[in-house]
Design a protein around this ligand. Sequence first.
Ligand code: A3P
Length: 291
Amino acid sequence: LEDLQFSYKGILFPATLSSPETLEALKSFEARSDDVILIGYPKTGTNWLDEIVRELESTDAKYTEEEMKETINVEKELQIFPRLEFGDPGKFERMKKLPSRRIILTHLPPHLLPRSFFQSKAKILLLVRNPKDTAVSYYHFNNNLPMLPSFASWDEFFTAFMNGRLSYGSYFDHLVEWNKCIDNERIMVISYEELKENQIVGMKKIAAFFGFSLSEEDFPRIVKKTSFQAMKEKSKETHGKFGDILFRKGVVGSWRGYFSKAQNEETDRKFHDCLRGTKLAARMKYDVYCK
Ligand code: A3P
């Protein structure tokens, strides 16, 4: 277990994807005022949000399909892996060569991010998902992805999830840390569940936040293009051999088949101890999606 992950400031990370040197180098990363920053703990739907925001941004910028592919190719050529914390420490220098607007994705909590994220005018969109579905999704991901440790059973995984003995640490801590930033007007929160419930309304909020202007007919087109089915079908092309692992079920509420009564109560207690009464908890509608 320990060879697959390293610990940085008390949080585990996948050793084949990141390193302490990269996380150190990240501190001096310079955000641009027009960077589009997307943040979410693993399995909150970050690949989906990434695709949605790329579509919204490129529609606003009026890029052609070709130009969109070109941006992705430039990122590949410069070896800029699609998570800010992945790759070698030199990537931050190479990222200076990316044309604006850069879309930057990360799973990190605020205290591990560069100061420039908060000092520049760059806007940050925080994605959250109910902790129970996030745990189930992460359980399968850990067991299917060779870069992450496997767990012998759901019960074993659940204990690790509750203790934060996983890559990216505790989801509860992640939420507590981000809740401290919630009054920053450059940060907006969106939930997986609200995107599932009404993607058009969610996308309109995102577009307004980043200042993207789209026509009414763009929204249903993007909904179709970013549907679970459409993204799963294209996943071999977009995510190679990880496609099937990343696009698993794409629904709300599948935790019900996993949590025992005791695990359910423990999670409720933990969530309430960590986040009761906070703005972030209200945004997440825990009582709707976790009861
Ligand atoms: P499940 O494992 O519950 O199916 P991430 O991209 O952050 O790793 O999150 C992965 C989760 O998002 C998976 O959840 C995956 O199925 C879901 N997902 C991916 N694409 C989606 C889409 N287009 N619509 C809805 N859910 C999607």
